[in-house]
Design a protein around this ligand. Structure first.
Ligand code: COA
Length: 174
């Protein structure tokens, strides 16, 4: 699965119009994925990931690339035969606000549909972004308990300010 858009970029390697494409991540992406995610984790807006976790879950990840550059990532993590979480969504600084996040999450939505899921959900500090992509706010009690396991290692466990959001899917039924 691959989605294509063409965007202007202010970043040096992409100073001209560069085609951006969403594709599944590969092991060669692990170092750059860690750099992107842990950069935001250091600012307290994402959970940090280790090389082991990233390697173990690499099949969850989709990346957006522009030429040789990795500009965004996100993951689809399955919890049940009908539901998955969209997580670890990050767009590189300098590339925000250009539709890259939308391209990425739409690729994850499409992947979820291919797997026949009924819904996808996210815990997020940016509900406005997910709202634009068709997600609606729900009580977190409506989401699978297992999805809370990451919360146990979150520094904000006792004072969580993330919003739970869900999107119903129109998946193909086989
Ligand atoms: C949140 C994030 C993924 C958005 O990516 P992006 O590439 O900047 O978003 P896009 O340009 O694709 O925006 C798509 C739509 O969402 C809107 N949007 C983007 N960020 C938003 C925000 N923080 N609040 C409200 N709306 C937002 C855009 O205005 C756009 O709306 P439009 O289609 O009407 O023009 C990006 O800012 C990011 O990586 N942030 C840091 C990490 C993070 O917070 N990740 C989320 C973890 S759940």
């Amino acid at each position: 699965m691959s989605s294509l858009i063409t965007l202007a970029s202010g970043l040096a390697p992409l100073e001209s119009w560069a085609p951006l494409a969403a594709r599944k991540a590969r092991m060669c992406d692990v170092a750059r994925l860690l750099s992107l995610i842990n950069g935001y984790a250091a600012k307290g807006i994402m959970l940090p990931r280790t090389e082991f976790e990233m390697s173990e879950n690499i099949r969850d990840f989709t990346v957006v690339t522009g030429g040789p550059e990795l500009v965004a990532c996100g993951a689809l993590h399955f919890y049940s035969p009908t539901a998955a979480e969209v997580r670890s969504v990050a767009v590189r600084e300098g590339m925000k606000g250009r539709g890259v996040g939308k391209l990425l999450v739409e690729a994850l939505d499409a992947e979820a549909c291919e797997f026949g899921l009924e819904s996808i959900f996210a815990f997020t500090y940016v509900p406005g972004f997910f709202h634009k992509l068709g997600y609606v706010e729900v009580d977190r009690g409506e989401l699978p308990l297992k999805a809370w396991k990451d919360c146990l290692r979150c520094p904000k466990f006792q004072c969580c300010d993330e919003t739970a959001m869900v999107k119903k899917l129109q998946s193909v039924q086989f």
